[in-house]
Design a protein around this ligand. Sequence first.
Ligand SMILES: O=C(O)C1=C[C@@H](OP(=O)(O)O)[C@@H](O)[C@H](O)C1
Ligand SMILES: C=C(OP(=O)(O)O)C(=O)O
Length: 430
Amino acid sequence: MDVIVRRTEKLEGTIEALSSKNYTTRYLLVAALADGTSTVRFPAHSEDSDAMRRCIAELGAELEEDDEKIVIKGFGRNPKRVAELNVGNAGAVLRFLLAVAALSEEVHFVNTYPDSLGKRPHDDLIDALRQMGATIDDNGGRLPITVKGPVQGGKITVSGEVSSQYLSALLFLTPLLEADSEITVTGDLKSKVVVGQTLEVLEQAGIRVEANEDYSLFRVPGGQAYRAGEYSVQGDYPGSAAILSAAAVVPSDVTVRRLAVHSKQGERAVVDVLKMMETPLTHEHDIAVVKGNGRLKALEFDGDAATDAVLAMVAAAVFAEGTSRFYNVENLRYKECDRITDYLNELRKAGADVEEKQAEIIVHGRPQGVAGGVRIDSHYDHRVIMALTIVGLRADEPVTITDAHHVAKSYPGFFDDMIALGANVEWVKE
Ligand SMILES: O=C(O)C1=C[C@@H](OP(=O)(O)O)[C@@H](O)[C@H](O)C1
Ligand SMILES: C=C(OP(=O)(O)O)C(=O)O
C-alpha cells in the first residue's frame, strides 16, 4: 500500500502516544524468562512487539490478552524445543532471542526480510555466544542463523561499535547461567542510553547486575532467577518524535499525551531539540504541546543520544533556517536500511539539500519548502516512511511513499493519528 502526502496548512488536535516498543519487547522477554505469572499493561501493538509475543509463545510462554494487558506465564530458564523462529523484521527481538536460544539444544532463525533484517550484521553477538560455548551456523554474520546451546558464563567480550542490542542480549541471558559472568564491552558503545533501559527492566525483574560508569564492564552473578512482576509500558518517544516534528514544520496546535517527562528513553531529546530549533513547545505533566509556526532554526546534535528519533529531527531540519549537523550517527547505517545513504537519497528526490559523511548527516535548510512531486522508496523502513511524511506536509507537489504499510513495524496507527490531526494524507493501492 502506498500513501500520498499533500501539502497541509495546519495540524491540530490531541493524541495519546503509542506504547514504547523498547519497553514492550523487554517486559515481554523478562516475563517469559520468569517462572511465575507476570502482567504487562499497555503493551505496544506493532509488528515488532507481535514478533516478540509470537516467539515467546512458541518457546513455551502462556499468554492471555485483553485490550489493556497481557498476562504471561513464563518458561524460566527452560524454553520449549522449537524447530525454528521467525522474528519478521525486528532487529532487537532477533538479537535478544539469539541469546535466549542458547538455553536450547538448537533453534533456527529464518530469513523472511532478505532486503532489510537479512542484510543487518549480527557477528559481534555471534562471536560473544561462541566464546560462551554456543555452536552457531550463520550466513556471514547474517540470517539465516542456527544457534545450538548449551552455553556457560565466564569472561565474555562483546563489541559495542555497531549496536547496543548485542550487549543487551547478553545481559538478559547471563543471569540464568550457573557461573558468574564478566562482560567487557570493546569499542565505542553505540546507543548507550538504550542499555540504561535494559538495566532498568532487569532491576524491576529482580536481576542483579553491576555496571561501571561508562558501561564498559558488567558483572552478572550467575544462578539468578527472573521474578514475575507487574509492568506498565510508558509512551513511545521515537514514534512520537515523528508527530512532534510534523507539528513543528507547519502551523499547528498539537498535544501528545502520555510522554513521561522523566524517562530513560534517549529519544526524549526530541523535545529539547525542537525547542533549540525555536519551535514553541511545552512539556509538563507528561503532556507535550507544540504550537508550531513553521519557522525553525538549524542546530548541531549528537544523534547517538536519540538514535530512533534522528530521522524525524532531520526531516524538521529540512525546513530550518541555516545548516544543521547530526553527528555520531554511523550506526544508522545498520538499521532497517542504510538510514544515511538510502534516507538522504529519498530526501534529495523530494527536494531537500542534504549531504552525508560516514557518521554524519548535514542539512542545508530550505525554509521556502521543497518541490515534492516524487515517488519515495520506503526501503522497508518505518522511520523513513514517517520522516518523508513530515517532508511531504510542506512540499509544493504531492509526495507518494511506496509500501508505506511498513510503518506498522513500530507504529501501525501513525497515519490514522496524522489524519486525525488534519494531515492531508491518503492511502492508495499500488
Ligand atoms: O535495544 C533496543 O530495543 C533498541 C536499540 C537501538 O538499536 P542499536 O543499539 O542497534 O542502535 C534502537 O535503534 C532499536 O530501535 C531498539
Ligand atoms: C532500528 C529499529 O529497530 P530494530 O533495531 O529493533 O529493528 C527501530 O525501531 O528504528
